[in-house]
Design a protein around this ligand. Structure first.
Ligand code: SAH
Length: 348
């Protein structure tokens, strides 16, 4: 973790890696399990690890750092209990995490980068570009700290906060392995969703790993002309290449893809767009998740009218495409990506 210290980040190590490192220091393997459990419960110093003798705690502290996020802001939605956190990272940067409470459990939406370089026209996270990738340990800490701060267990994780997770592939993968561990946060792969703007090569790389997570693809438009206008990434990987990658992903993993579609007034919400989407997706088993655009003042784009959304849904359904409209949780606390961090950056 970029905190200026030369010590190794112990929270980024998988239990077996920690076991190997401790063995090299002449320490017994079971210590790794103890330490991993302490870290998973949110310990930020070795002194908290009361079942380790003091000399051992000191030895570990000389070799390892335990970087932790600290809370800058917390907002709780009066409407639906959604909680939004702004965390300070060890190097002074900040990221957001959102806790969503559903009937079937609590899900945290985590950030994967500080900022984003994908440049989507409607998104607040990308306005200042990408500052840096998050480490696996920082992403894990978003989950741990949010659970502790909210006083709840965490049942699911979505990588839909700030950043493009597949643009930070190795750290995200390590994070997935860490958060999945039964001795730690114990989040099953089927309770994890990863959302991408459509980096085709990375989708293929992920497919090869056969993870049982849910892949969401931010489609937002069914044709190259509209999509390139909203998402610069489409100029590199057009919709044909993207659909083909999604098909390969489905074949490799057996997991259906969910397509995100933010409805932008007069840009991607016309009957013509619905019809192209139907031609593309009918019979593929893919699922479309619609959301009215969250208005971001810097971006100038407007959400579609309610009746336009309803008509779009009806047209897709009649055309044989399964579609849901995402509830807007936390709309009273700027829960859309990047908005809290932007607000903080504007402060003097
Ligand atoms: N980079 C990844 C994940 C982060 S964004 C991706 O592109 O999928 C999570 C989701 O929120 C994406 O589908 C993104 O397109 C969408 N999003 C971003 N800004 C939005 C806005 N203003 N209104 C509605 N959805 C938005």
């Amino acid at each position: 973790m970029p905190d200026g210290s030369s010590k190794k980040d112990i929270k980024a190590l998988l239990p077996e890696e920690l076991t190997a490192e401790l063995a090299a220091m002449g320490l017994p393997g079971y210590r790794a399990g103890q330490i991993f459990r302490w870290l998973g419960r949110g310990a930020c110093s070795f002194d908290e690890m009361s079942d380790l003798a003091k000399p051992l705690r000191e030895q570990l502290a000389r070799a390892y750092a335990i970087p932790c996020l600290t809370m800058l802001r917390r907002q709780v939605s009066a409407k639906d209990g959604t909680e939004k956190y702004l965390w300070r990272l060890p190097d002074g940067e900040s990221v957001e995490t959102v806790l969503m409470r559903y009937r079937h459990g609590n899900t945290v939406c985590i950030s994967s980068q500080v900022g984003c370089r994908m440049g989507c026209a409607f998104c607040a996270s990308t306005i200042g570009g990408k500052v840096r990738d998050l480490t696996a340990s920082e992403m894990l800490d978003e989950v741990i700290r949010t659970g502790l701060a909210a006083g709840t267990g965490i049942d699911g994780v979505v990588l839909m906060g700030i950043g493009e997770p597949l643009d930070n592939f190795d750290n995200v993968l390590r994070f997935l392995r860490l958060v999945n561990r039964p001795e730690g946060a114990n989040i099953g792969m089927r309770h994890i969703s990863l959302s991408t703007c459509g980096l085709v090569e990375a989708i293929d790389k992920l497919a090869d790993l056969h993870l049982q997570l849910t892949l969401s693809v931010s489609l937002h438009a069914p044709d190259d002309e509209t999509r390139s206008q909203l998402m610069p990434v489409n100029r590199v990987y057009g919709v044909d290449a993207l659909y083909a990658a999604c098909e390969r992903y489905f074949k490799a993993t057996g997991r259906r893809i969910s397509f995100e579609y933010a409805m932008v007034r007069d840009v991607n919400d016309t009957p013509r767009h619905a019809d192209i989407l139907i031609r593309r997706l009918r019979g593929t088993g893919a699922h479309v998740n619609l959301i009215r655009l969250n208005y971001v003042s810097e971006r100038g784009l407007l959400p579609s009218e309610e009746q336009t959304v309803r008509a779009f849904v009806r047209r897709l359904t009649d055309g044989g495409v399964t579609v849901t409209v995402r509830r807007r949780l936390g709309s009273d606390i700027d829960a859309a990506c990047g908005q809290l961090r932007r607000g903080e950056m504007r402060k003097p």
